[in-house]
Write a protein that binds this ligand. Structure first.
Ligand code: AMP
Ligand code: GLY
Length: 421
């Protein structure tokens, strides 16, 4: 099987590592890729925002399967274009990708399927903002209604800060979504979906804030671990039953079936799991932890998902133990990152690449905000965490920063679902 992966992050590097281990794979390509993916796959340039160029590359390269990593090409219709060219594609149509691309659409689907989620109001007129803000709080959640790579959200107990963020969005012409605040630990559940059948992967937890102790602004994600030692063993089954399967069935009923990975971002509240958001693709950095434990050959699994044959696929085989990933970010991230710094230690085992490129002289240099995602594994969460940080210490990138507390509360047994009030 010839597999083309679209994207350039550590998520795509993790996907390629998994694909490279599948004996069914005869050739791998990645577009646009990075310095790390280039060691595993042929690299091609492509405009990921142009569905026709993604489909043209897939055809020219004679791909048997295209795996689309990021949301931007999916929302733009890259999967539709690839399928229209007669090539199997792992990733939803533009119509189904709206579950991530439009928060208002996601809310509508959840309302129609009675899926538990935060109460929300859309504000598109500044004159209505203050009265709307008055209906929320004491913690305000202010979101951009569109793709914002996790950075369009402000969660704050400060009404003035909530108002200021909403005004910035409105002045930029973006509708604002106000939401009630969900308490409880967050979990990410990734589900393979072939249009009808849903197969959950191991639950994971992501760390969205830039700083230790969940301080500072939201980012794309600074680290993750899987599975969740503090969660019920029934969590995945419960979330599939109450949340993911109803949404998948509703999308199919509307004539826009979902094919690919449906990511449920959850708050595990005192009244059960509630949806914070859906994403239409693998999460980054959770994928780096989750796939580190998957033993089932990945190409066959993604191909079965892409071709509607998941029900006939065998059970997933997971390695015992845990995986932890720590993101190394460039100076300035999540603001404007400094680029062009030489990285040493980036070719070690367990070091996945995101914002990296190889310079003409062979050096690997930083080229984005999240630069590397370092993965550790072990029989216990504590040992996996130690393995990850041992590897982080061997990487050097001037000016870089990373969180030092990924998975720490879980190791200490300090993560818990709030008691029912
Ligand atoms: P989103 O882009 O919707 O995933 O939001 C990014 C992050 O903001 C989430 O991972 C949560 O940490 C936080 N967040 C979003 N919505 C809520 C909510 N209704 N209640 C509490 N936290 C939220
Ligand atoms: N880890 C968050 C995301 O992929 O959206």
């Amino acid at each position: 099987m010839r597999v083309l992966v679209i994207g350039s992050g550590a998520r795509e590097h993790a996907l390629l590592l998994g694909l490279a281990h599948d004996p069914a794979v005869t050739a791998l390509a990645c577009a646009p890729g990075n310095a790390g993916t280039a060691a595993l796959a042929e690299s091609y340039g492509v405009d990921v925002t142009a569905p026709a160029s993604v489909a043209a590359l897939a055809g020219e390269w004679r791909a048997d399967l295209v795996v689309i990593g990021p949301e931007v090409p999916l929302v733009a219709g890259a999967a539709d274009a690839v399928r229209a060219a007669g090539i199997a594609c792992f990733g939803p149509s533009a119509a189904a990708a709206r579950i991530e691309g439009s928060k208002a659409f996601a809310k509508e689907i959840m309302r129609d399927t009675h899926v538990p989620t935060a109460h929300a109001e859309i504000v598109d007129n500044p004159a209505r903002l203050d009265s709307a803000l008055g209906r929320f709080g004491p913690t305000w959640v202010v979101k951009d209604d569109g793709l914002a790579a996790g950075k369009g959200v402000v969660v704050t107990p400060d009404l003035a800060a909530a108002r200021a963020h909403a005004m910035t969005l409105l002045e930029a012409g973006h509708p604002v979504l106000l939401e009630s605040y969900l308490d409880g630990p967050e979990a990410s559940l990734f589900c393979l979906v072939d249009g009808g059948t849903v197969v959950p992967l191991l639950p994971a937890q992501d760390f969205k804030r830039v700083g230790d102790g969940d301080s500072g602004p939201n980012t794309g994600g600074m680290g993750a671990y899987a599975p969740l030692p503090w969660a019920s063993p029934d969590l995945a089954a419960e979330v599939v039953d109450r949340i993911v399967q109803p949404v998948v069935d509703e999308l199919a009923r509307r004539g826009t079936p979902f094919t690919g990975l449906l990511y449920a971002g959850l708050a595990l509240t005192s009244s059960g799991p509630q949806v914070i958001e859906f994403n239409c693709r693998f999460g980054d950095p959770e994928t780096q932890a989750v796939l580190a434990l998957l033993r089932t050959p990945l190409a066959g699994l993604l191909h079965a998902t892409a071709t509607g044959t998941l029900a006939a696929h065998g059970r997933l085989d997971w390695a015992p133990g845990y995986a932890v990933t720590v993101v190394i970010a460039a100076e300035g991230y999540p603001g404007r990152p400094r680029t062009g710094d030489v990285i040493t230690g980036a070719e070690a085992d367990g070091v996945l690449h995101a914002g990296t490129r190889r310079r003409d002289d062979g050096a690997i240099v930083s080229s984005g905000g999240r630069v590397l995602s370092v993965v550790g594994t072990g029989p216990t969460l504590e040992s996996a965490r130690a393995d990850a940080y041992r590897k982080v210490a061997q990487v050097h990138l001037p000016g870089s920063h990373h969180r030092t507390d990924i998975a720490l509360l879980a190791v200490r047994g300090d993560v818990g679902i709030p008691a029912t009030r």
